[in-house]
Structures are given as C-alpha cells and as structure tokens.
Design a protein around this ligand. Structure first.
Ligand SMILES: N=[N+]=NCCCCNC(=O)[C@@H]1[C@H]2[C@H](O)[C@@H](O)[C@H](O)[C@@H](CO)[C@@H]12
Length: 449
C-alpha cells in the first residue's frame, strides 16, 4: 500500500529557465554581448553549430510563454537576467530597454499569480567585463554588486526571491579548467581564482542587498552531485572525498562555514592559492535559502590520471541513463538534501533545477508528446524529496528543469529537458505528457505521486 504523499502546505511548485538558453535576440534593443556570443560563434564549440541567436525566441514570445506557465499551473517561475541586456558594458550605463523587458515579465507573472524567482547570473558574463579579466579580476565582486543594486532597485518591490549565482562550479570547471563552456579557458591555475571570485561576488551582492534594506529572500544556487566510492577501499573512499570536495563542499562550506574544505588542497595541489582572511568575511554573508540543482550522482574509482580530482566515475550497469549520460538515481537526491541539512544547519532549501533529457518522439496526432521516461524521472525524484522532508529537511519548493526545450549549452538543441516541446524551426510550443503530469502534481500538492 503506497502511502498518500503530502507535501507541506505552501510548498512552491515551479519551473526554471535561463536567459541565454531561451531568450534569443542577444544584441537587441541596445543589449551588450555576453561571452557566449563569441563562444557559440567560434566553430567547434557547440554541437551542430547551434547558437543562442534565436533559441526559443523568448525575448519576443515571452507573453505566449507566460500563458504556457499558466496552462501548466505553475506557482513560480525561475529565470535569469541577462546582465549585458541591462548593463551593455557590464558596468555603468543602464540599457533601459533591457531593464524594461524584465520589468514587464515580472508584472505579467504576478498578474497571473506566478512568483518570479530571479537569478542574477546564469553564466552569461558581459563580454566587456571578460575583456577586463572577468571572473579572474578581483574587482568583479564590486562590478557584480553594482549590477545587483540596479536589479534590486528596479524589481525588489515585486521580486521576493533573489539568487546571486547559478552553479559557480560549472562556471569554474567548464569555463576555466576544461574549456568546454564560455569563456573556454583551460588553466588549472585560473579555475580556483574564478571560483573564489564568484563566491566573493556572491557575498558582495548579498551584502549590497542587506545594506539597501532588502527584506526579501536572497540565496545562492549550486549544483550538487553526491559522490559514492566504487568500493570501500581507502583509495576509492578518498577519491570520492576529493570529488565531493571539488564539486560540492567547495561552494557551500565558504558560504556557511567561512572556509574551504581541507580536501580541496589535495585536489588542486600547487594550483591552490592562499586566500586573504577578509574574503571569507565577505563570502559568508548570511543567506535565506539554498537552491539545489540535482541531476545525478556519480560512483567514483581512484584514478591518478583523472585531473583534477583523480577520480573516475564508473558506469552503473543496471541503471537508466539520460541523453546527457547521467544516471537516473533519485536516492542521491535524498542523500544530497540530508547532507546539506546536516552540514549547514538545516537552511530552507528549494530544488531550483531537476529534470532529464530523453529522446522525445515527434508530436503525435492530436498534439500529444508521450515522454514516459521524463514522467518517471519526476515521479522518482519527487518521492525522493518527500523522503527528505520526512527526515526533517526544510524543503520549501521545487522547480523543474526546464519549462522549455532550450539551448543546452555545448550540446546545442540536441538535448531536450523541457516540459514543453519547442520546434526550433517554427517556434511552435507543445506541452509534453510530463507537463500534464506536472499540472496534476501541482494541483494536488504532490498527492498524485
Ligand atoms: N556530470 N554531471 N553532472 C550533472 C550536472 C552537471 C552540472 N550541470 C548542470 O547542473 C546544468 C544546469 C544548468 O543550470 C542549466 O543551465 C543546464 O541546462 C542544466 C542541464 O545540463 C544543468
């Protein structure tokens, strides 16, 4: 007999997107280019030569997309601001047309009873700032705080949920260590500097919010991927610990504990700098919530050649894998949430991203898109969240990744995460079966699980 699942009253049900992945029109109405403009137009960086020049054309179709959110019954919509649309040079002059776009979007969301959850930075750094060193320049903490003040000033009368950064780990690991994401650097000495300045910028933006008398919620969004040792050998256990320090603890430890995990020095070795003590006073500004992006876990084996963590993830023979090569492992989400709760004093948590790319069949007769694997993924992971709630984790809400099929960074449009199918040739949107399932979930506050 399966128990009737009940999520807490007031549990918030939403969906997420990010600016560069859906908006298109990256240079419209005075917007300044981000580092993705140069990166996607550099041959070889993005599968099939796809770019964000149009993407989901959301910059122009935003009203239709809010209608879709309403059709699904979303209570919240998590989106990011394109920094360069508002500040074309990243600093200084404000582009009023860019600010007006987000102003109109927030008003329309609220008019439809949908809570805007705003992320200030989701990887699209203004090119003009990258030309001044970007995340490698310590001044970026002030540049980011100045940008944040512009957004607070414009929207804090209506936006009650702010996140400073989305997934600093991906920015440092993809953008500065492996070079798979913009700005495409491959430098093990740069990665920790970028990572540290991202955290400093986070702290500076939180400090700015408090100083302006901000009364709403502000937090950070991190991707967390639990690391399990392949065997209980000391070598594998230590390998998993290094991988965990690098991808997970490296971000929330400074924010909550004011220090890096000791293990991170074993990961970076000579590439790990000494940091000024005052940096941690800035980074550990008290926050109101943590956004957790969860997709998968990894099982790690010691591997001296696997830089920087010297650990290799092992494929799990009996598991289901998504199109992005990620194991479907919902238990890892429960483990992740209980780890965050126990280590950092049970802060309020939102799942700010969770979802899967599976091959979706073409639109069937009558406009149905049958995506049972995605429905199953959501069902399993929401049950896992409920297990965490039962264990005492302070879960406040859940945002599915993603509202729309979109530009999956270096994968181009080849990986579809959306609750809503996008025909990128016609820009036609079609709700998938998973969108109808999610609508029932929301309407019943999770009872249909
Ligand atoms: N191996 N592995 N690990 C699993 C996840 C690695 C980190 N990537 C993310 O979390 C990105 C996050 C991003 O916010 C969004 O912009 C992306 O579209 C989604 C989907 O890719 C996810």
């Amino acid at each position: 007999m399966t128990q009737t699942i009940r999520f807490p009253d007031g549990f918030l049900w939403g969906a997420s997107t990010s600016a560069y992945q859906i908006e298109g029109s990256p240079l419209a109405d005075g917007a300044g280019p981000s580092i993705w403009q140069r990166f996607v137009h550099t041959p070889g960086n993005i599968r099939d030569g796809d770019t964000g020049d149009i993407a989901c054309d959301h910059y122009r179709r935003w009203e239709q997309d809010v209608e879709l959110m309403k059709q699904i019954g979303l209570q919240a919509y998590r989106f990011s601001i394109n920094w360069g649309r508002v500040l074309p040079q990243g600093r200084g002059a404000v582009n009023q047309a860019g600010l007006d776009f987000y102003d109109r979007l927030v008003d329309r969301l609220l008019a439809n009873g949908i809570k805007p959850m705003v992320t200030l930075f989701h990887w699209d750094l203004p090119e003009a700032l990258d030309n001044q060193g970007g995340w490698l320049n310590r001044d970026i903490a002030d540049w980011f705080a100045d940008y944040a003040r512009v957004m607070y000033g414009k929207l804090d009368d209506r936006v009650t949920s702010w996140a400073t950064l989305n997934e600093p780990w991906v920015v440092a690991d993809g953008g500065y260590l492996h070079g798979t994401l913009a700005p495409g650097h491959r430098n093990r000495f740069e990665a920790p500097i970028a990572s540290h300045n991202l955290l400093r910028a986070h702290g500076a933006a939180v400090k700015a919010y408090r100083e302006m008398g901000g009364k709403h919620d502000i937090g950070i969004v991190v991707n967390i991927e639990p690391k399990y040792p392949a065997t209980n050998s000391p070598a594998d256990v230590d390998a998993a610990a290094r991988a965990h320090a690098y991808m997970n603890a490296q971000y929330l430890d400074p924010v909550f504990l004011g220090r890096y995990p000791e293990k991170i020095k074993d990961v970076y070795g000579e590439a790990w700098p000494e940091w000024p003590a005052e940096d941690f006073e800035l980074i550990k500004q008290p926050i109101d919530f943590v956004g957790v992006n969860y997709y998968t876990r990894s099982v790690n084996k010691d591997d001296a050649l696997a830089y920087p963590v010297r650990a290799t993830p092992l494929r799990q023979t009996s598991a289901t894998y998504t199109e992005t090569g990620w194991e479907v492992y919902a238990r890892g989400l429960t483990d992740t949430l209980t780890w965050v709760a126990q280590r950092y004093g049970n802060p309020p948590l939102y799942i700010t991203e969770n979802g899967a790319a599976f091959f979706d069949p073409p639109v069937a007769e009558g406009g149905r898109i049958n995506d049972p694997l995605r429905v199953d993924y959501y069902q399993k992971h929401l049950r896992a969240i409920h297990d965490a709630i039962e264990a005492g984790v302070d879960m406040r809400g859940y945002c599915a990744w993603s509202l729309l099929d979109n530009l999956e960074w270096a994968h181009g449009f080849s990986k579809r995460f959306g609750l809503v199918h996008v025909n990128f040739a016609t820009q036609e949107r079609t709700l998938k079966d998973s969108a109808y399932y999610y609508r029932e979930l929301i309407a019943s506050n999770g009872k249909v699980l």
